[in-house]
Design a protein around this ligand. Sequence first.
Ligand SMILES: [Ca+2]
Ligand SMILES: [Ca+2]
Ligand SMILES: [Ca+2]
Length: 603
Amino acid sequence: MSVRAILGGLLLAATVPGTAAADDNASYRERLPQDEVIYFVLPDRFANGDPANDRGGLSGDRLTTGYDPTDSGFYHGGDLKGLTDKLPYIAGLGATAVWVGPIFKNKPVQGPKGQESAAYHGYWITDFTTVDPHFGTEDDFRRFVDAAHARGIKVYMDIVANHTADVIQYRECGACTYRSIADYPYQRRGGVNGAAINAGFAGDDVQTAANFVTLTRPDYAYTPFVPAAERDVKVPAWLNDPIYYHNRGDSTFAGESSTMGDFVGLDDVMTENPRVVAGMIEIYGSWIDRFGIDGFRIDTARHVNPEFWQAFVPAMLARAQAKGIPHFHIFGEVADPDVAALARHTRVDKLPSVLDFGFQRAVEETVAGNAGTDRFEALFAGDSLYEHGFATAVTLPTFTGNHDHGRLSTAVRKAFPDVSDDEVLKRVELANAMMLALRGVPAIYSGDEQGFVGDGGDRDAREDMFASKVASYNDNRLLGTDTTTATDHYGDTNPLFRQIAALSAVRRAQPALTRGVQKLRAAGDAPGLLAISRFDPETGREILLAFNTSAQPLAANVEVETGSTAFAPLAGAGCAAATTAPGSVRVSLAPFGYAFCAAEVGE
Ligand SMILES: [Ca+2]
Ligand SMILES: [Ca+2]
Ligand SMILES: [Ca+2]
């Protein structure tokens, strides 16, 4: 036996799945954001641990309680006890962090008559300081966080600062169009020819307490009011005063209205006001203090002015540091696939990280479309645009689909309606392999690992993990199983579950795949080969990652480091065991195949 074979054996022994996981329990606080595999759940749809709270302590019909397990737009009964009970399942998948959809107390039902839906998703907050009764209690949340931490699993809270529930109404209209500052300036009542109000207010750009003291009338654009029954519904109490909102009508998601308009009626908070900044810092700082959570996913981050985040983020990081959480992760939702737009929010807003909508788009275009693999070349070339460049890019949560956009499997079926379920499964597995090996932090959307396929975006992609009563979910043909969503799905036998668990173990054992820099090796303007090397930050050891996005087998010579002379498979299949010539290895991939190959360093 050669020395190299012995060393190779030792290396393998040091990297068997489970070794890293065993250490995780003691040292989860020490892990960096890029070391995690994130699992994203909407608690209402994940597990029902307590049927007694399904109606949130309310009585009446679904328009009062919000509960209707047969309707995709209402509460289904999932809660924090259920989530806690299922931590072994989440750990079994190889996830190391749970991103929990918003758990704050919501307005249970809202919407115009006949079009009502419920706040099962958690994004219609009224009380920012406590847990929604549909999900349980603050004690339930504490038990969840403590149980997760006991397993070495981090908890990321989904937070909202942009808006509250739709409580404030306007006298003039129901769904109100946006009224701009130019047409409805702060210092006039109802338009440029209106009576003088708010004398001396220098506009929202002058973000000082002295300036905002002069803003006393909220009726410059519309006449906002709070219905009597909801006068005190918001907590903390300052949130009940319309002066702390923009009150300009619905956002068109363009121009000024992007940050000042109401998100489909949701009350848009005046985040330029220093009183609001201080109030939000107090709200969310308190959750860090009280529960010791590990990070925030920030909803609708791009609809808040940059100055707010410039103040909020350092305050949260300082709060976490004081609590003994050195690597608190903050990632914003900037729902834009354009890398320049994403990067701007790290450079201007100073958000530490953002969800990688660019990655999602590149996956969708290449795996659920016919774009060339050079889409990834362009994507990763853009890493230099982020604040701190690759050091930030490596912390971006990557995903293949989500609760708003829809699941990748839905997109694959839409793009290729005639292909077999086996091909759909292979394409989804290919995308998973990309997410679990390439730079960024994999964020698995609950249900993807059970072959859920959805029918589209939003509520059509929010299937129950427990036995569902929603007809439009239960008629779906799942991937990798003959079951339907009419039965519960917490097993570990679906091929997608097994693939994710296996690749997560590989990833967590290889610092090259969590922290390593990338070097593009091959990409083209048609479906086919994407090859990228990543490097262990300590040893420099190369791992070659190769993906075939085409329906044909392929073979190609791929450039590697000249010091990388032999390769061992970590996952998938297709790398030659040894280089053909110094700096060149032969790669052969099945249709939609992939291979992760670890170099043995030659002398
Ligand atoms: Ca329940
Ligand atoms: Ca806003
Ligand atoms: Ca369906």
